[in-house]
Design a protein around this ligand. Structure first.
Ligand code: SF4
Ligand code: SF4
Ligand SMILES: [Zn+2]
Length: 280
């Protein structure tokens, strides 16, 4: 053997040692839980067959799909409506509230009356009236109001069992304003008088077709203070830029059901699910 043969053989041997023996390569693993994938799971993709992993992967795929759909809608609407800012408008997502309007059940009204009557014994709570925040008429309040209208008050479902979160202080505040003096039962009647003929089924009795039927100054602190993440975000956006437009996507069963462009001036539908990506 000549001396020039050796250099070609030595690097090859070193490379094969670095690769290790055949069959020792790392087995592909589920990208979500790390479990080694079977041949069938590898054939299907990079997620194992465990229910949790398949559900998480399906949810992520739906999320990516609706995000790309809403991006396409923003761009389409920005051109069609000649509103360039819409193409880069922030996006917030809300979950569809499925219930329809229905008359309040007699038993639900009786429960609310009983709960409000029982508050009379709560001596500790002084008259209360919540300060409106953000200021009525401001851009954050207006944009937030349009957002909650689109949402149809999903958070108010808790107000059914929570008796609208009312406390003795709200009723005492009304009583303190009455001349001549009124009774606690009058205050309860006053409150029940705000229940509309129909409310959103399975939601707070004050949850009417166009939002809360209680004037803001009659609502509980919980109701006046609560803001979900989406509402916080649009308020912050409007506080920084009163003319801001926000794109609101409504999700149902993980898919985008509809989308709207919302500003302090109002909201405009971008698309309904049945229309695909067509502008109305
Ligand atoms: S606060 Fe959030 S969840 Fe409640 S009505 Fe407004 S947008 Fe919907
Ligand atoms: S009182 Fe109004 S804001 Fe409060 S939970 Fe009921 S409908 Fe919603
Ligand atoms: Zn897995």
């Amino acid at each position: 053997m000549s001396r020039v043969d050796k250099p070609a053989i030595v690097p090859l041997a070193a490379a094969s040692l670095r690769a290790g023996p055949v069959g020792m390569r790392a087995q592909p693993a589920c990208r979500l839980c790390g479990k080694a994938l079977s041949a069938l799971e590898r054939f299907r993709g990079d997620v194992c067959d465990a229910m949790d992993c398949r559900r998480r992967a399906a949810d992520a795929a739906m999320r990516a799909r609706r995000e790309s759909d809403i991006d396409a809608l923003r761009s389409l609407a920005a051109r069609a409506w000649d509103v360039p800012a819409l193409a880069a408008a922030p996006v917030v997502w809300l979950t569809h509230h499925d219930e329809d309007l229905a008359p309040p059940l007699a038993a639900e009204l009786a429960d609310l009356r009983e709960a409000l009557m029982a508050l009379e014994g709560d001596a500790a709570e002084p008259p209360q009236m919540a300060a409106a925040e953000p200021a009525p008429g401001s851009a954050p309040a207006a944009l937030g109001g349009h957002l909650c209208t689109l949402c149809r008050g999903r958070c108010c479902r808790l107000g059914l069992r929570g008796n609208a979160f009312l406390g003795a202080g709200q009723l005492r505040h009304w009583l303190a304003q009455q001349q001549p003096a009124a009774t606690w039962a009058d205050a309860v009647d006053h409150y029940l008088g705000f229940v509309a003929a129909e409310h959103l089924d399975k939601s707070c009795l004050f949850h009417g077709a166009h939002g809360c039927t209680l004037p803001r100054e009659r609502r509980s602190d919980v109701c006046n203070d609560f803001a979900c993440d989406a509402l916080e975000r649009v308020r912050e956006t409007a506080a920084a830029q009163p003319q801001a437009v926000v794109v609101v996507g409504i999700v149902q069963a993980q898919a985008m059901r509809s989308a709207s462009a919302v500003s302090a001036q109002g909201s405009r539908t971008l698309a309904e699910a049945r229309d695909g990506l067509q502008l109305p």
